[in-house]
Write a protein of this length. Structure first.
Length: 347
């Protein structure tokens, strides 16, 4: 039996999907968005991650008053089901105005669109009852370095962060770094970049990060070290736990599925830091296999949550005295063997 903990878990509606990828058709029928909310609680999830148009579909074609009305209703529906909206993120990568990025586009009208949409996202977050927006800077980057003035792009990103902080004096901005995909060279590829942007802003206490395991791996970094870095600066707004098998397309595998030991180290860093005690969620960003039959598929969400809790048991039964002895003796061979045996349950 896994440890019962007070951790709260979240995922986003996009984690239950039709299974399409760029090289094939949808393999599962669409499962209505509104029916997804009922799946959260029975699986042990309390938090919902949102994009702006997950909360308010068709937001481009309705008035601001209608957007606010819909967001308020969704907030009420969530509260009635005992669910919490963790964050709302502007989906800045499907509009024709953001093909070459929004905040960092060379086009002034594209940048204006991105800013408008970000203000709406803050409004939606407020109306639905969330204190944070997430900026995953999907298309802010380039395919060839000569395409944009990178220094100017970073200045524009800082300007944007400051504009959001002024627009709403209470909202938090959580930046989700990712080094590539869909762009080749993404701006803000690592936690370090996000934290630097936070400190450069006019109110750094409201600018944090979301660290996704796979994004760190794609940057060639260890996810638990990225988390430790953010935690040491009190800047871990949330996590998107998942896994990634090397430097390939963004896989969003189940947490622990590619590298159990790295997953153990993420849980270790989080639990040791008391992550979650200030209401932070253990967020997942996982996808089931394209080949998986059925609809809706939720097995990957259940599996990743269960894996987290099993690893939490491993973290809490990890013999810290022994670890300390091995560290003092600088006997990392012994430390490694003990750690692997502990994970395998071997004597
Ligand atoms: C892409 C992601 C995104 C973000 C989401 C919320 C679609 O690799 O991880 O998922 O998590 O946009 O910010
Ligand atoms: Mg993510």
């Amino acid at each position: 039996m896994a440890t019962q903990s007070s951790y709260r878990f979240s995922f986003g509606p996009w984690n239950i999907s039709e299974g399409a990828d760029p090289f094939g058709p949808e393999v599962r029928p669409a499962f209505p968005h509104e029916s997804k909310y009922a799946l959260f609680k029975p699986m042990g999830f309390d938090g919902v991650q949102f994009h702006d148009d997950d909360v308010v579909p068709d937001l481009a074609n309705i008035s601001h008053a209608q957007i606010m009305d819909k967001a308020t209703k969704v907030g009420l529906m969530l509260r009635n089901q005992g669910l919490v909206p963790e964050f709302v993120a502007p989906r800045l990568w499907f509009a024709e105005q953001t093909v070459d990025g929004g905040y960092t586009s060379n086009s002034a009208s594209d940048r204006a669109y991105a800013w408008e949409r970000t203000q709406r996202t803050v409004d939606i977050a407020r109306a639905v009852g969330s204190k944070a927006i997430v900026l995953w800077l999907a298309r802010e980057g380039s395919y060839i370095r000569e395409a944009k003035d990178a220094r100017l792009a970073y200045q524009r990103l800082l300007e944007l962060v400051n504009k959001v902080l002024s627009y709403d004096k209470g909202i938090e901005i959580w930046i989700e770094p990712k080094p590539n995909e869909p762009t080749d060279l993404a701006y803000v590829p690592t936690t370090g970049h996000a934290v630097a942007l936070a400190y450069a802003s006019q109110d750094h206490t409201r600018v944090k990060t979301v660290i996704e395991s796979a994004h760190a791996i794609l940057a060639g970094l260890d996810p638990s070290d990225e988390m430790a870095f953010a935690l040491s600066h009190n800047k871990l707004g949330s996590v998107h736990l998942n896994d990634q098998n090397g430097l390939k397309y963004d896989q969003d595998k189940n947490f622990g599925a590619a590298n159990l030991r790295a997953a153990f180290n993420q849980v270790l860093v989080l639990d040791d830091a008391g992550y979650g005690k200030n209401g932070e969620f253990v967020g997942l960003d996982v996808k089931t296999f394209r080949t998986q039959k059925g609809s809706p598929i939720t097995a990957h969400l259940k599996a990743s949550r269960e894996l987290f809790l099993i690893l939490l048991d491993k973290v809490r039964s990890y013999d810290r005295k022994l670890v300390e002895q091995y560290r003092e003796a600088r006997d990392y061979e012994a430390l490694e063997l003990y750690t692997l045996k502990h994970l395998l349950g071997a004597k």
